[in-house]
Design a protein around this ligand. Sequence first.
Ligand code: GLU
Length: 474
Amino acid sequence: MIRVRFPPSPTGYIHLGTARTALFNWLFARKHGGTFILRIEDTDPTRSKKEYEDALVRDLKWLGIDWDEGPDIGGPFAPYRQTERLNIYRDFADKLLTEDKAYYCFCFPGELEKDREEAQESGKISRYSRKCRYLSSNEREFLLKKGIPPAIRLKAPLEGEVVVEDIIRGKISFSIHGLDDFVIMRSDGSPTYNFAVSIDDYLMKVTHIIRGEDHLHGNTPRQMLIYQSFDWEIPIFGHLPMVLGSDRSKLSKRHGALAIHEYRNQGYLSQALVNYLALLGWSPGDERELFTIDELISAFNLNRVGKSPAIFDEEKLKWLNHHHIAKLTDEELLSLTLPFFEEAGYRIDYELNKLMALISCIRSGIHSLREAPIRAKFLFVKPESYIIKEEWEKEILLTLINEISNSKESISLDEASIIINNLSEKVQFPKKKYLPVIRMALTGEEKGIELARILYLLGKEEILFRIHAIISRG
Ligand code: GLU
């Protein structure tokens, strides 16, 4: 039975890279009927915040990523928040102490810092001197009695190597010399990340650890040493390629990358973002790029995750958003865009069929939901800037007033087309001359949707109001 986990630290909003890691774990679990666990790694009291935990839960839900076990829903290995598991880590650290696989370290941070600086000056790799590993039991007792709060370090092997068998990257060996006797419990009694994560992954029976490549060098071999100290079976590791900006440096705001909730605010559809995230490091092995979530679940395969970094490409994300918007029905698109209309300050008190007509004529031109009110601006904002310059313009507008005044209270789309076409007999100008004048007068814009639709959407009263206003200004 496959069990995977997504263990974010609630120290900020989730970004593309983190969401991609969550998604790959989730797709893998869903594809194989496995279990997806959400675990909150909040052991850093200075940086962890409940509001970030709430935000990440909201973001994951918005993306459609659900979990089978987690802090909010519990599960067989609860609790799923690390600050509620502190006793567990202490017990396991005590076990290693009793078995002489870990030891108390009484060195002060200042002392360690000095060693580090000296190593740096002489060009050596900075490594803990292992001074406390070799304390006699008397010395240890003495220091404990003195009340110096000790940290606990893992007694790493002195020679050899740690070999990670990574399902994405193959076999990677690490010399034990680079790993050191690292701290597993700090002197304040809190566990370090590597220790807590290993204990939790073991206790929660995690079978596959799929995460970013940034964990490969610093953390994975250390976690393997912890597993080995307890004689636990090592889970399967898979390190995902990094997501980089176009200049191949670490992805950041500077490259235009946003936090997940910001994409939502920008009018991206969650299905487009999920589709985009899936393609960051994975490919289906054929030409396909557009996927629904269900199609992703069935196509996803860890064997097709590449080793080279994925490059963030905002244009592609926009392109996908456009295509996912195109798949929505008018009703779906309307309900998703309403909050954006409200945010733009537009009162949505139009009749439903008019709003649907509006959506159906602006939809093909939008790449994000946020663009909908921009394209529909003419309906809500009266054009203030248009001023009649020539007598013939006035003549066109007066003729339009005449035609509209003779029409019924509500103008249908067909009637609007007829009015537009009939104008060519009433005014002595060709269409290419009179249509732009009417468009400018009614919308203040040079381009936009079909003029008949503009008449239909605005309605008799509003058309007359706008044209009269222009004539009285001109
Ligand atoms: N809390 C860690 C992080 O957010 C988890 C890393 C892991 O998957 O082990 O980076």
